[in-house]
Design a protein around this ligand. Structure first.
Ligand SMILES: [Zn+2]
Length: 462
């Protein structure tokens, strides 16, 4: 993500709906209602591991009403007499587990499901949730820059869920620790167009309705699932190694936006050379016909407002496809692993054109400014600092300092090794420090811990 008004705006991320749920009496095999995230203890759920989501939704764009089912294929990791999904608002009409009706109860965003028969550890099971209603974005006043989840603005629908908004439009295990593949089958009235994550595999027209079928074959965190519905045109271009570039632009802005995003394929090429092959099958952006104040790296289809269509932002959101999306954070207090990486990689893209001296000069100016402003450490951030200058610019400085310390060649090798080892999965700050130490052949724990955790910025390496 990048926020337009990022600088020094402290936001407090609180999910008002997050309250502890006590286990029902006698339900000793209940799945946990959270995954113990240090910032959001009740996002995600324990006791199972999702493999695939199938979202089958009819969307009335005018009325902003969705009707449909989410089918979740998962494996129990413990005996389960009940388990939780995260879903906020909407009306649940019925739930089945392995084709048998299941009981359920709701409290805040916790949807507790009781299958007729207890599941055993290792069981693969399929949960089908039928639901309907008007999705309401999470509008936390402390998070004024983003209405998390499902938004309908002037008849254009878009989804931007970081960190908790996925539960506004489909039931899920709502934490990056449980990534899964997706099928989205979305029916709308023509001439609306539906863009979503992955590959458009089928378009089915039936009188005045059209169903778009999108497949996201690689694992995806819930906050990266997106959908855009409106008057969009699809613009395609070639990318490296057969990666199709496909953008979705508002019809009347298509010409200028095609020009603005024309070098996306080159960027994919640049990052592929630097880090490793582009992780997914296709890439592109969807631009809303209005400003948003931010852009978000939703997997394979980053969401932009008209105010964010700059080259630097495009480079930033694209870099997230490797760091953030393919290698996802294990906890929400380590957003620097997303934002510090994307911010620094965005600078490496411009370094291609501007040269290393200018990049280094710019980094040193930021360093002085951040010292004077006493910008706190990027590691282990509280909710309010998850999208602050600390994680973006001090986060980027962690990587620049490492590069100055071990040299360009080893630095590049650290990036590649860290990516290769944790792609398709999650990583922690400790994982990154371990890879940097291993690749450089020296224990960099103290060095990197200083840059990541010390309130005061360490001296710049000579
Ligand atoms: Zn970002």
């Amino acid at each position: 993500m990048i926020r337009r008004l990022l600088l020094l705006t402290l936001v407090l991320l609180l999910l008002a709906a997050c309250r502890p749920i006590s286990a029902e009496p006698g339900s000793r095999a209940a799945g946990a209602p959270g995954l113990g995230d240090p910032n959001f203890a009740f996002l995600g759920n324990g006791g199972y591991d999702v493999e695939h989501y199938t979202l089958d939704l009819a969307v009335d764009v005018q009325e902003n009403v969705i009707t449909g089912t989410t089918t979740i294929r998962a494996t129990a990791t413990q005996p389960l007499s009940s388990f939780n999904l995260d879903l906020l608002g909407l009306t649940v009409d019925s739930i089945s587990v392995d084709s048998m009706p299941a009981g359920f109860s709701r409290r805040a965003h916790e949807l507790t499901i009781s299958p007729q028969e207890q599941l055993s550890a290792g069981d693969m099971f399929t949960t089908l949730v039928s639901y309907s209603g008007t999705p309401q974005p999470l509008t936390d006043p402390d998070l004024a820059f983003i209405a998390q989840g499902w938004n309908n603005q002037d008849g254009t629908i878009f989804v931007v869920s970081e960190p908790g908004g996925a539960m506004t439009w489909y039931p899920s295990n709502n934490h990056p620790l449980d990534k899964a593949s997706y099928t989205m089958r979305v029916t709308v009235d023509a001439p609306n167009v539906v863009a979503a994550n992955g590959v458009l595999v089928e378009t089915i027209a039936d009188s005045d309705q059209v169903t778009y079928v999108w497949e996201m074959a690689q694992p995806m965190a819930t906050y990266l699932a997106t959908l855009a519905i409106g008057d969009f045109v699809r613009v395609e271009g070639p990318g490296p190694d057969g990666t199709l570039i496909r953008h979705y632009f508002p019809r009347d802005m298509a010409e200028s936006l095609t020009a603005a995003f024309a070098n996306t394929g080159e960027m994919v090429d640049f990052y592929s050379d630097l880090i490793g092959p582009y992780p997914f099958d296709e890439y592109g952006v969807v631009v809303m016909p209005f400003p948003l104040g931010f852009a978000l790296e939703t997997q394979t289809l980053s969401v932009f407002g008209t105010d964010m269509t700059m080259e630097g932002v495009n480079a930033h959101e694209l870099a997230h496809q490797w760091f953030g999306n393919d290698v996802s954070p294990a906890a929400w207090n380590e957003t620097w692993l997303n934002e510090g990486f994307a911010s620094y990689l965005q600078k490496l893209w411009s370094e291609e054109e501007l040269g290393s001296e200018l990049l280094d000069d710019g980094m040193r100016q930021y360093y002085e400014a951040m010292r004077q402003m006493e910008i706190p450490a990027p590691g282990n951030v509280a909710e309010g600092d998850m999208f602050s200058m600390a994680v973006y610019e001090r986060g980027a400085w962690v990587l620049h300092a490492l590069r100055l310390e071990i040299g360009d060649d080893l630095f590049r090798q650290v990036l590649r090794t860290y990516y290769d080892r944790f792609k398709g999965s999650n990583a922690t700050t400790a994982d990154f420090i371990a890879v940097a130490s291993e690749v450089s052949g020296r224990d960099l724990t103290d060095f990197l811990s200083g840059w990541i955790y010390s309130a005061e910025m360490p001296a710049i390496p000579e």
